[in-house]
Design a binder for this molecule. Structure first.
Ligand SMILES: [Zn+2]
Length: 198
């Protein structure tokens, strides 16, 4: 950005690469940081630096973790045999809001032949080992409701199912508080197909 001191311009450029932040917003953020006490900027810098230093992925489930095991895998009150299979760690945060009391398996992606992402690029081998361990009784496939998400769920159901393991798929349908007139016909059609007895 012309006319800005180099350190200011560099920080604006960094912020402007973040999702949802254009160059004007980036400039506003940086100028705001400059107006605050230096400790505020240092606190932000420390938090950003700690991201990659301290946050990794749980080697068991693939969720965000600060140590070798995540708080979810270590929680004895959860059903360790009920695994919700999701595409990304952020999906875990969303499902946690629902009050789900099982554990997770994060695939870190979904099958996408057009992007060259096959089964070996996902954490399916790790999932298979968890299933082979014998302690898992149900997989809830919570991959996205897209063509690739459906294909990923189908692949898992077909290739990883073993005797004694229930494989289910999250339902799709009418959202809480949703007016029928605003719901697309595919969602409505799926909601009718997956209707449940009252
Ligand atoms: Zn974990």
């Amino acid at each position: 950005m012309r006319g800005l001191p180099a350190p200011l311009a560099a920080l604006v450029d960094h912020f402007a690469t973040l999702p949802g932040i254009g160059s004007k917003s980036a400039l506003r953020i940086v100028l705001n940081l400059l107006q605050r006490p230096a400790d505020d900027a240092q606190g932000l810098a420390n938090a950003i630096a700690a991201l990659h230093q301290r946050v990794g992925f749980c080697p068991t489930c693939g969720c965000f973790s600060e140590s070798d095991h995540c708080a979810i895998c270590d929680d004895p009150r959860r059903d360790q045999g009920l695994l919700c299979v999701v595409e990304q760690p952020v999906d875990v945060l969303m499902i946690e809001r629902s009050g789900f009391q099982g554990c997770y398996h994060v695939l870190h992606g979904r099958l996408s032949p057009i992007d060259g992402i096959g089964p070996e690029q996902l954490t399916l081998d790790r999932l298979q080992r968890r299933i082979a361990g014998g302690a898992i009784h149900e997989l809830v496939l919570a991959t996205s409701a897209t063509v690739d998400g459906e294909a990923t769920a189908f692949y898992i159901a077909r290739n990883l199912a073993v005797d004694g393991l229930t494989v289910s798929r999250i339902a799709r349908g009418v959202p809480e508080g949703g007016e029928l007139e605003y719901i697309d016909e595919f969602t409505l059609s799926r909601a009718l197909e997956q209707r449940t007895p009252w």
